[in-house]
Design a protein around this ligand. Structure first.
Ligand SMILES: N[C@@H](CCC(=O)N[C@@H](CS)C(=O)NCC(=O)O)C(=O)O
Length: 220
C-alpha cells in the first residue's frame, strides 16, 4: 500500500496525521502544498479543498480524524484504549479538541476583542479538559495514545505563543494539562512531526497577521 500525505507545513490537522504515521512507524511520502493557493491537481482530487488529504494507492482519504483512524486501522497495534467506552470517550474529547483550533485561529488573527473572546472560549474548553484529565502521564495512563496525538498540535502552538510573548496564553493554572503538555511535547514522534524551524515560521505568521497577538510579541 503506497501512502502519500498532502500537507501544509503549518497545518495542525496535517500534523496529527504525521504524528500517527510516525508513532505507528508507517512509511509515507509527503507533498506540501499551500491550501490557500492550491495546484490544479489538488483541486481535482480534493472534495473539501483542505489538507490533510491522504492518497492510498489510487484512492483518497480526507478529514484528519478519518485519516488518523485509518492509519491506526492499518497498524499492527492500536493506539486507542481497548475498552470501547473509554475509546468512545477519547474520541469525544478529540472531537471537542478540534474546535479549539478555531479559537486558536481567532487568537492569532483577531483584534483585541476577538483575541479576548477566543481566549475565553479556548480556556473554557481547557478547563473542562483539565477536570477530565487524571494525574497519569498521558490521558489513559503511561502509553501515548490517539488522544495525546490529537492534542499535541494545540499544546505545541500554545507553548510557542507563550515563548514568543510574556506567557500570554499560560496554562499554568491547569496543573494536569501543564504536565500533560510537557509529556506530549517530549515525545520524539511529536517533536519530529513538524519541519525544523516551524516555530520561526509560526512567529512570522503571527507578525504578518497583525492581530492583537502580534502586539504582544517580545523580541527573541
Ligand atoms: N476538518 C478538517 C480541517 C482541515 C483544515 O482546516 N485545513 C486547513 C489547513 S490547516 C485548510 O486546508 N484550509 C484551506 C481551506 O479551508 O480552504 C480536518 O480535520 O482535516
Amino acid at each position: 500500500m503506497k501512502l502519500e500525505l498532502i500537507s501544509f507545513k503549518l497545518c495542525p490537522f496535517a500534523q496529527r496525521a504525521i504524528i500517527l504515521l510516525n508513532t505507528q512507524k508507517i512509511d509515507f511520502e509527503i507533498t506540501y502544498i499551500n491550501p490557500m493557493d492550491p495546484p490544479d491537481w489538488f483541486k481535482e482530487i480534493s472534495p473539501t479543498g483542505q489538507v490533510p488529504l491522504l492518497k492510498v494507492d489510487d484512492q483518497i482519504v480526507f478529514e484528519s480524524s478519518v485519516i488518523t483512524e485509518f492509519i491506526n486501522d492499518i497498524s499492527t497495534t492500536s493506539i486507542h484504549p481497548d475498552n470501547v467506552v473509554q475509546k468512545a470517550n477519547n474520541r469525544s474529547w478529540i472531537a471537542l479538541s478540534s474546535a479549539m483550533f478555531d479559537d486558536l485561529f481567532g487568537l492569532v488573527t483577531g483584534d483585541k476583542d476577538k483575541f479576548n473572546a477566543s481566549k475565553e472560549a479556548l480556556f473554557n474548553e481547557l478547563a473542562k479538559l483539565e477536570s477530565a484529565k487524571s494525574s497519569d502521564v498521558f490521558f489513559n495512563g503511561n502509553d501515548f495514545n490517539m488522544i495525546d496525538a490529537a492534542l499535541a498540535p494545540i499544546f505545541m502552538r500554545l507553548a510557542w505563543i507563550n515563548e514568543f510573548t510574556d506567557n500570554a496564553l499560560s496554562i499554568a493554572e491547569f496543573k494536569h494539562l501543564s504536565a500533560w503538555s510537557d509529556a506530549i511535547l517530549a515525545v520524539e514522534e511529536v517533536a519530529t512531526s513538524v519541519v525544523d524551524g516551524l516555530d520561526d515560521v509560526y512567529y512570522s505568521n503571527i507578525e504578518g497577521r497583525e492581530g492583537h497577538l502580534s502586539t504582544l510579541l517580545v523580541d527573541e
